[in-house]
Design a protein around this ligand. Structure first.
Ligand code: 13P
Length: 271
């Protein structure tokens, strides 16, 4: 067996944010399946995984589309963009782990900077959600990242490692130790999200290496760390050359199936 160039494989996760209802998701996934079936490798290589994180109303249709297309099964997951830490209760507008499980979802994103900046989520609430969902058996993508002001104040390391440390303490207080096999970290510099400003591979690698060191110190060495922030089919290969970048969390460039396919193909080439 040849050794994987990327020891933790590559994950390409599309965060659709507030885009793509059930019909659009079905069309997207059918196009993706057809495009894959018409290439010589109908399924990506072992070690390559993909996910689409859809609006809540789209989850069931996206799952059904994956079931209809065998070429997508086993490597493309459908996930939610957030979920509350409580299993049920008076939390208007929220989704919980058990509600997601009921429709067959086992992956969720937590702590996205848009949730933190626009919807008042904090290190504490993001940590609660992460810890509770991991404990419920979910795979969770947990986002961390600094603002432009924090970067300019040379507080990137302090901010990012502080976010991780806070969440880790929440898990300890809740007696819900993290399971490294289901945890995924996404480093998303806030200044790079939706701005067209991507971190250079050097900037990304610097922070990813810090995160990897922190994870190893906690016995969580197998946890993948994705980069997010204006990832495109053009810049993804360069980012994947960084030894500690294990994939991408992609917003805008994940919305068209042709662009998402290019990201997947780039991920496959990196393995
Ligand atoms: P963009 O790729 O549109 O910059 O979004 C990144 C992001 O926020 C993914 O979660």
């Amino acid at each position: 067996m040849p050794k994987l160039v990327k020891p933790r494989g590559v994950l390409v996760a599309g965060n659709w944010k507030m885009n793509h209802g059930p019909k659009a998701a079905h069309a997207f996934l059918s196009e993706l399946a057809q495009a894959l079936a018409s290439t010589h490798s109908a399924k990506p290589p072992a070690g390559l995984r993909a996910a689409v994180l859809t609006p809540a109303v789209t989850l069931s249709a996206a799952l059904q589309a994956v079931q209809e297309h065998p070429t997508l099964q086993g490597w493309l997951q459908v996930g939610a963009q957030n979920a509350h830490h409580e299993p049920s209760g008076a939390y208007t507008g929220e989704l919980s782990g058990p509600l997601l499980r009921e429709i067959g979802i086992g992956l969720a994103l937590v702590g996205h900077s848009e949730r933190r900046q626009l919807f008042g989520e904090t290190d504490e609430t993001a940590g609660q959600r992460l810890s509770s969902l991991l404990h419920q058996g979910f795979q969770v993508i947990f986002c961390v990242g600094e603002t432009l002001g924090q970067r300019q104040a040379k507080a990137t390391a302090k901010t990012v490692l502080g976010q991780l440390e806070w969440a880790h303490r929440v898990a300890a207080a809740r007696r819900e130790p993290w399971d490294a096999s289901r945890l995924i970290i996404a480093y998303e510099p806030v200044w790079a999200i939706g701005t067209g400003l991507t971190a250079t591979p050097g900037q990304a690698q610097e922070v990813h290496a810090l995160i990897r060191g922190w994870l190893e110190g906690k016995g969580l060495g197998q946890t993948p760390v994705l980069y997010g922030g204006s990832v495109t089919p053009e810049n993804f290969a360069g980012l994947l050359e960084c030894p500690d970048v294990d994939g991408g969390l992609v917003g805008g460039a994940s919305l068209k199936s042709a662009s998402f396919l290019k990201l997947i193909e780039t991920g496959a080439q990196a393995i």
